[in-house]
Design a protein around this ligand. Structure first.
Ligand code: FAD
Length: 400
């Protein structure tokens, strides 16, 4: 039977990076993954260009039941460290929006870089290869893999979250964690479009394709999310960065609070326009909102789009401005794991060591990446968590 220092289960972002780093430290590493294609999530990320990190990345950009947990790993392997690796591999990249770094070419370059790093580390890579069972005994771990039994002194679980099952996501990591006595923070879809019941959404469905910058808020207490980002109306509900970000904080039954005129005092603008212009309200509102939204909003609130501004009472102008600045709407759900970019929740960090990602319940067992209850905002933070947690783990693994 083959004997390894470390077996890494899951060859996605965190698993590839952890295996490569451990291998380069001289450890005998086996990396295995049940999917046919390696790192498919990296390949499809960032619209095919992989938003591989964010230059402004700190603990405040993550959700977790234990908010400080990610601090140590992020501090010890930062966005700048990963950028240096990307540069060493000659991959051209650019900053797009708020510190988000994307490949100029293709996400394939990041996959190729990680595979190259694994080759440098002499990593043995079995893929596709599933794992039926992981048992702990006095010598470490015994794995029942599709390519036969494997002995390993340490096991790293890097099997990701539940998002996008059609490209290989499973609950394997959560099940394995439970087997070793870990608690799981209830997994839920995050960075995901929100849906509404047919009757609530009927007036807005014709706005599908309309987008605008908004301020959005949801959640409560420490789990309150507030973002200023673009919103997109769809046939079934709301999407775009604003709603994806808010969805990570949203819990069933809670409203989304939106300011559709963010950055503007619409009440003052409408009063000023009333004193200087005879335009119809629909046209006036169209200066500050997408015209389709302005028209639909007036119909929805029983306000005449064709009434000239001077004929509006100040109180009605205020009512209109308020309705746009404080739109509160309750989703009936989300598009679910098949559309979610990430999974919030996962292995409870209170039972993991934040410096090494090692289980406090089973010596030699580690959890890295998205399987852990650390969820980043939209914008490259989730990959940075994959790299940082993988590096923290790789440095802690022992050669046996
Ligand atoms: C469409 C999309 C776009 C995204 N874009 C970005 C982006 O631009 N920037 C960003 O920061 N984040 C992005 N993300 C999130 C990011 O891809 C993940 O957070 C990141 O890949 C998590 O890394 P991971 O290694 O923990 O998990 P994954 O990359 O999901 O890897 C897990 C691996 O484990 C394997 N596996 C699962 N179950 C088993 C099993 N039972 N046995 C063996 N192997 C198993 C899977 O096949 C997979 O290869 C995006 C996600 C999606 C879905």
């Amino acid at each position: 039977m083959t004997q390894f220092d470390v077996t890494v289960i899951g060859a996605g972002a965190a698993g590839l990076f952890c295996a490569a780093q451990a291998g380069q430290r001289g450890l005998k590493v086996l990396l295995l993954d049940h999917a046919v294609k390696v790192a498919e999530k990296i390949r499809i990320s960032g619209g095919g260009r992989c938003n591989f990190t964010n230059v402004d990345c700190g603990p405040g950009h993550f959700l977790s039941a234990n908010r400080d947990f990610c601090r140590s790993a992020l501090a010890r392997y930062s966005a700048a460290d990963f950028v240096a690796l990307v540069r060493r591999h000659g991959i051209a990249f650019h900053e797009k929006h708020r510190g988000q770094l994307f490949c100029d070419g293709s996400a394939e370059q990041i996959v190729a870089m990680l595979l190259d790093e694994c080759r440098t580390g002499g990593v043995v890579h079995w893929q596709p290869c599933s794992v039926a069972e992981v048992r702990a005994d006095a010598q470490g771990f015994l794995l029942a893999s599709a390519r036969g039994p494997v002995r390993s002194s340490q096991v790293v679980v890097a099997t990701g979250g539940l998002s996008i099952p059609k490209i290989g996501a499973t609950d394997f990591g959560h099940r394995l964690a439970r087997q070793f006595g870990h608690r799981i923070i209830e997994p839920r879809p995050a960075l995901v479009p929100q849906t509404f019941s047919a009757d609530v959404w009927a007036p807005f469905a014709p706005l599908a394709g309309t987008s605008l910058e908004v301020a959005i808020e949801t959640g409560g207490g420490k789990q309150r999310g507030h973002f200023v980002e673009d919103l997109l109306f769809t046939h079934r509900g709301l999407s775009g960065p604003a709603v994806l970000q808010a969805s990570s904080y949203w819990r069933p039954g809670q409203p989304l609070q939106l300011d559709l005129a963010t950055g503007r005092d619409l009440d003052a603008l409408l009063r000023a326009a009333k004193s200087t212009s005879k335009r119809q309200m629909g046209n006036a509102l169209g200066q500050w909102l997408p015209q389709r939204l302005a028209d639909a909003w007036l119909v929805l609130h029983g306000m005449p789009a064709d009434r000239p501004l001077p004929e509006w009472r100040d109180a009605d102008l205020s009512r209109l401005a308020q309705s746009l600045a404080r739109w509160s709407i309750v989703p009936n759900g989300t598009e679910g794991f098949h559309k979610a970019e990430v999974t919030a929740g996962g292995v409870d960090t209170r039972e993991l060591d934040s410096r090494s990602l090692q289980s406090r319940r089973q010596t030699g067992l580690y959890f890295v990446g998205e399987v852990v209850d650390v969820t980043g905002w939209l914008g490259g933070y989730n990959f940075q968590w994959a790299w940082s947690s993988a590096m923290a783990c790789a440095q802690a693994l022992a050669s046996t």
